[in-house]
Ligand binder design. Structure first.
Ligand SMILES: [Zn+2]
Length: 480
């Protein structure tokens, strides 16, 4: 019998606000432990939360960009549980009345388009962080993250494969990055994902028992963990055993999931309306104001790149996967309108360098090795035949190393290719004179020798002759 996976994802995205959700402490990542704390985010008695307006604005932005309905009134809720990284003993979240309801993310896997429905998006505060294994037997707690604003984005169980889950997460992250709501850094934990997985007979209407998988910190590990979990559950079912409802941790080193605890249900948390915060009312006019600030989103931009620059779908997809890369491409095309050539350079050499130097982990790539005007200048030098494509590769390496403009590098090193027919003809004449026997063989029908003559002429000009010119002139001379 054939089984199919039913996967729903819960994403926690840390918002890029300056301050935390209910106090004025910095929300920035990476400070020494417990430096960004105050009585409120340490959960001391007698303090009252004050809502950060920017958090609500970001949540509405995310909701509008994913076609959610924005609730005119939503409510804060207390989620009660004990853990050392949660000093108050409860987390302020949203429960039965979240700010965003419904919505969708469009994905494409193997050329097939699919809509993944969203259940909801709500706001909540992040917890602190327990640190084990770094100080002997002691476990320490860092409260810098306590109160950092989170968006929780919950999908319907519409995903059917690890590849679809990967496509969904990449798309969601791209949208949040375009909105500048979250930097999407999975390694630093600002974009985290939990997966609910169950199996059922293909086409069945009812859902099987699901396991929740946590602790995946890259797209790759999400896909690997789902593959593992699907095969684990399928084996259990085939052997007539039951899947237990539980939370499992992905162990990236051993490439397996293992049971962490039996899965708690919502009623275990004793949710109740947060008495320290008023219900949140969002006026229609504010939603309209935020809607007007939405940037062009990735799907729209991809379509425009195909339409406006005549790019193939693949190019448009790669270039628009990051807003900063798309901005870079467009800046270069404005400086020299050869979109396809610039696209090739960006997708090839520029992205390669960015990956190698790991410059792509922040929202905006800083320290771009080559400003867009320089890349445009390089393509212009090829287009006007000043340098060959091969020379351009070496000029690009020098642009990377020195930050100099391509025109400067070409001028300083006398790299311009020889396009002057006279100089090339002289070189051809010399080569043909020195290889009389081969010329005779060629004229007798040994066509393969043409490449030999081209090579000799290029050698004589130290590789600087324009290859097209060499070809054209050689053909004329050899024919004559
Ligand atoms: Zn604080």
């Amino acid at each position: 019998m054939e089984y199919e996976a039913v996967i729903g994802l819960e994403v926690h995205a840390e918002m890029l606000t300056q301050s935390k959700i209910f106090c004025g402490c910095s929300a920035k990542f990476g400070a020494p432990p417990n430096e960004h704390t105050c009585p409120l985010c340490l959960g001391l008695p007698g303090v009252l939360p004050v809502l950060n307006r920017r958090v609500v604005e970001f949540a509405i932005k995310a909701g509008l960009a994913t076609e959610c309905a924005i609730a005119p009134v939503s409510r804060w809720a207390r989620k009660n549980y004990f853990y050392p990284d949660l000093p108050k003993g409860y987390q302020i979240s949203q429960y039965e009345l979240p700010i965003c309801v419904g919505g969708r993310i469009d994905i494409e896997v193997d050329g097939e388009a699919k809509v993944i429905r969203l259940t909801r998006i709500h706001m909540e505060e992040d917890t602190g962080k327990n640190i084990h294994d770094q100080h002997g037997d002691a476990s320490l707690v860092d409260y810098n993250r306590s109160g950092v604003p989170l968006l929780e984005i919950v999908s319907e169980p519409d995903l059917r494969s690890p590849a679809e889950a990967g496509a969904y997460l990449r798309k969601l992250r791209t949208i949040l990055q375009y909105l500048e709501v979250c930097d999407g850094n999975m390694e630093e934990g600002s974009f985290r994902c939990d997966a609910n997985v169950s199996m059922r007979l293909r086409g069945a209407a009812t859902l099987g028992t699901k396991a929740e998988v946590k602790n995946m910190n890259s797209f790759r590990s999400v896909e690997r963990a789902l593959e593992y979990e699907i095969s684990r559950q399928t084996d259990l079912i085939r052997n007539g055993e039951r899947v237990s409802q539980e939370t499992r941790l992905w162990d990236a080193d051993r490439e397996m999931t293992r049971s962490m605890r039996s899965k708690e249900s919502a009623h275990d948390y004793r949710y109740f309306p947060e008495p320290d915060l008023l219900p949140l009312a969002v006026p229609e006019a504010w939603i309209a104001e935020i809607r007007a600030t939405l940037p062009e989103l990735p799907d729209a931009r991809r379509e425009r790149f195909m339409r406006e620059y005549g790019l193939p779908p693949y190019d448009a997809e790669v270039l628009t996967a990051r807003k900063d890369v798309a901005d870079y491409f467009e800046a270069a095309v404005r400086a020299h309108p050869n979109a396809k050539a610039i696209s090739n350079w960006v997708m090839g050499d520029v992205l390669r360098v960015i990956r190698e130097r790991k410059l792509d982990e922040a929202l905006v790539i800083r320290e771009w090795p080559v400003p867009p005007a320089h890349l445009a200048g390089l393509v212009r030098l090829i287009d006007d035949a000043t340098i060959s494509g091969k020379m351009a590769k070496s000029v690009f390496e020098q642009m990377l190393a020195t930050g100099a403009a391509p025109q400067q590098i070409v001028a300083d090193q006398g790299l311009s290719q020889v396009t002057d027919s006279g100089a090339i003809e002289d070189a051809i004449a010399a080569v043909l004179a020195a290889n009389g026997a081969k010329v005779a063989e060629y004229r007798a029908g040994k066509d393969k020798l043409f490449g030999f003559f081209v090579g000799q002429v290029m050698k004589a000009t130290q590789g600087k002759a324009n290859p097209q010119k060499v070809n054209d002139l050689l053909k004329q001379r050899l024919a004559g």
